[in-house]
Design a binder for this molecule. Sequence first.
Ligand code: NAG
Ligand code: NAG
Ligand code: NAG
Ligand code: NAG
Ligand code: NAG
Ligand code: NAG
Ligand code: NAG
Length: 733
Amino acid sequence: MTLFLGVAVLALQLATVAAGGGAAPPPPLGCPTTCGGVHVEFPFGIGPNCSLSDGFSVECVRGTPLLRLGTAEQTVKLLGVDLGHGKIRTTNAIASQCLDERTGKLVNTSWAGLNATALPYRFSDEDNRFFAVGCSGLVLLTGRASGVDEEVMSGCISVCYGNKSIRSGSCSNTGCCETVITKGLSSYLLAMGKLTDGTPVNRCIYAALMEAASFSFEVAYATTDKFYRKNNGTVPLVLNFVVGNECKEAQASGGYACAGDHSVCVDAVDGPGYVCNCSHGYTGNPYLRNGCIDIDECSPKNQGCPVGMICTNFPGGYNCSCPEGEYKTNKNGVLICEPDKKRSSLSVSVIIIIGVSGGLVIGVISMLITYLVRQRRALADVKRKYFERHGGLLLYEELSSRQGNAFTIYTEEQLDNATNGFDDSNVLGCGGHATVYKGRVPTAGGGDLLVAIKRCKVMDETSNKEFGKEMLILSQVNHKNIVKLLGCCLEVDVPMLVYEYVPNGTLYQLIHGAVVSFATRLRIAHESAESLAYLHSFASPPILHGDVKSTNILLDESFMAKVSDFGASILAPTDEAQLVTMVQGTCGYLDPEYMQTCQLTEKSDVYSFGVVLLELLTGKKPLCLDGPEEERSLSARFVAAMREKRVEEIVDEQVKSEARGELLEEITQLALECLQMCGSDRPTMKEVAERLGGLRRLHQHPWTQDAVEIEEVRCLLHGSPESISFEMVRCQQ
Ligand SMILES: *[C@@H]1O[C@H](CO)[C@@H](O)[C@H](O)[C@H]1NC(C)=O
Ligand SMILES: *[C@@H]1O[C@H](CO)[C@@H](O)[C@H](O)[C@H]1NC(C)=O
Ligand SMILES: *[C@@H]1O[C@H](CO)[C@@H](O)[C@H](O)[C@H]1NC(C)=O
Ligand SMILES: *[C@@H]1O[C@H](CO)[C@@H](O)[C@H](O)[C@H]1NC(C)=O
Ligand SMILES: *[C@@H]1O[C@H](CO)[C@@H](O)[C@H](O)[C@H]1NC(C)=O
Ligand SMILES: *[C@@H]1O[C@H](CO)[C@@H](O)[C@H](O)[C@H]1NC(C)=O
Ligand SMILES: *[C@@H]1O[C@H](CO)[C@@H](O)[C@H](O)[C@H]1NC(C)=O
């Protein structure tokens, strides 16, 4: 192998001097500021006395801005000036060297190098890299760098081994090589050598110091002159510039270039010298008096404040504030505005916001409801007008777009007719704040539809909030095991929600009033778990049910579980003030950790679900007030029984007779895990659902048999599904 190595040294004659010393003169008026579309900003200038010093002088030759970096032949074209970072972009020549195959001589060698030693420039080591393309080439780069006494040297080798292994995009010493440059490099020379290894697939190698972001290797670069031709022989290069020696020195000597009040001095990182920058909140030219101007952070383009905040711009900065009656709070590192309960009784404490629109919807609903309550005695047409004016239509659009056509806004008249004037005979049940009626509403198709209508008893702020929340949550979720919200009625004094009618009562009634097969129990548990897992994963932050219990699990025609009553739900962890008012849930089902920490989490729902699972397994009520004290709480009894390995004693006879030993063991173990004192020890709802699904498959109960069991249940509940009377069981707090 032979190595031809040619080196040429550039003769550089420079008579320019760096800036510094003496007061920085302002640029005279009337200097041209652009050349060939390039903005030439001070300290750069076109023409005599227009630049800060000769080093920044730009010649505009036939529409091309030229900067003298080396000898006269080595002028580079100025491509752009970035005053904010103290950089300029210029062109740089591609060097080449070819091997004449016939003579074995090196030809067409064009040497490249730049000498900016005497100038206020250094090659940016961050932006540039040194590249060489071609086969069997060796390239050396020698130069001078500030702060380094000796000559610095680096280089790379490109070998091809034929051209099979050359890959586009990868500059990895096969057809292409690259190397970083020393920080502070101010002059360099290239030396290239051609290795002859018997298979000269390409006769030429090309090399250049250039902007790394502009280089992308193609296979053809290695074997043809495409790299050179495509770029017309020049590539972009980035140079750092400085205006003086050192901030401290410049400020003291008076030759200070950072003019104006909002201009600051920044020492260069790659060697001696400094640049000027506009201080924080300002932009513009820091080298001109009054060159730095205030940034309007509040302009539509900049959007300095989060959505919903009021932006106030002032010189050098901006403030984000909240509308009257709201205060700023930091939620997961994001600043948002929240209503201040202490100061505003009308503003409703929005628990959490799923995005801003979610919060807005709750806010609109709650305010609407509050407003309507106040207008209890107002005339119907006036109410209608207010309904529209206060965003009722907007809300309607929002909700109907989320659920397709499924969401209907009912009129008071429609619901009045549907329930026969809210007749007591139509009452399905009553909860803490609301009564549920059965009714028939007309459908778009001309028929009618059996629905359940939930009407608030008394409208106070809490109920407003619950209604708003329930509406928002249910309008968003769509799951076969969650009761569907069909519509609402807002134009009345007490708002009403309209749900799909679920005919077969509650799980509570089923468990405590019928003989239920193990397969059915397992299926209902699985379905309920799936719906809760869905809720928890539906949104981030997750939706928590907050009041999981057997009376809140309804059963449809085929005894499929439908989770209902989202009045206690929250969309995410709340702030402390709201936590205190949020304590809800039902005795016997309440997560003990929640009672201590007031922190409702997904694991609180898991605990409550564990109690429901116990009810299903034991057929016992969660609280039995007439038993001995230690036996009052079902969960405590169960945990104790598990510990003493006598769990069989409290398991329902029906379950015991059907569930195989190992199955029973696994499901009681799952219940035990759900009931762990510490939330973090409990499984997630998703895990619970998966394990119950697994147990269902394991049980392998034939479908036909399951259907027979359901018929039995129907009979035991006496009569047709529609005539079953409902009984809402609630623990009075
Ligand atoms: C440039 O400035 C020097 C010294 O201040 C002055 O002698 C010369 O006339 C100026 N040239 C032009 C073209 O203004
Ligand atoms: C100048 O200020 C801008 C904005 O504050 C910043 O991005 C930039 O890095 C600064 N330049 C230097 C050289 O410090
Ligand atoms: C050298 O360059 C000339 C013109 O640029 C070209 O015609 C010639 O083929 C080149 N020679 C080699 C050996 O590449
Ligand atoms: C670069 O220029 C400086 C000053 O003009 C000179 O001293 C130095 O030798 C030159 N460097 C090279 C590599 O030519
Ligand atoms: C590889 O080299 C062979 C000749 O050695 C040539 O015919 C072929 O076009 C080259 N392939 C590429 C992708 O350049
Ligand atoms: C190279 O020059 C040609 C003709 O002068 C021009 O059309 C082309 O845009 C140039 N390419 C580059 C990368 O400058
Ligand atoms: C910006 O907000 C801060 C703190 O809230 C306050 O001290 C300052 O006066 C405000 N400035 C303006 C111009 O509003």
